[in-house]
Each structure stands twice: as structure tokens, then as C-alpha cells.
Design a protein around this ligand. Structure first.
Ligand code: ZN
Length: 55
């Protein structure tokens, strides 16, 4: 098995998924799953998204 890497959707940090895939912070926004390196990035991403989306 080769080590698997995922990327933080906000800061693009590589997150290694060697032992525990729950090391990354996952959240679902509007039915789509996003992966972040930490809760902070998830929060920043949501706020950035909110600004971009105008209704
Ligand atoms: Zn991040």
C-alpha cells in the first residue's frame, strides 16, 4: 500500500493518510464533502464561500 495524500481545500496543505483518515478535518457543505487540515481552515473556507456567493 502506498501512502495516500489528500489536500486541504483551503490552504492546499498535503495531509498524509497513513494511519488514521480522520486525522483530517472533514465537513459537508451543501451536500458535498470537503477535507481540510484543521477546523480553522474549514471555518475560513466557509466564510470565504459565503462572501463569494451572492443571493
Ligand atoms: Zn488547511
Amino acid at each position: 500500500m502506498k501512502p495516500e495524500f489528500i489536500q486541504c481545500d483551503f490552504c492546499k496543505t498535503n495531509i498524509k493518510l497513513d494511519k488514521c483518515e480522520f486525522a483530517a478535518y472533514r465537513t459537508t457543505i451543501d451536500g458535498k464533502e470537503y477535507v481540510f487540515c484543521c477546523a480553522h481552515c474549514a471555518k475560513q473556507y466557509k466564510e470565504q464561500r459565503k462572501k463569494k456567493t451572492k443571493k
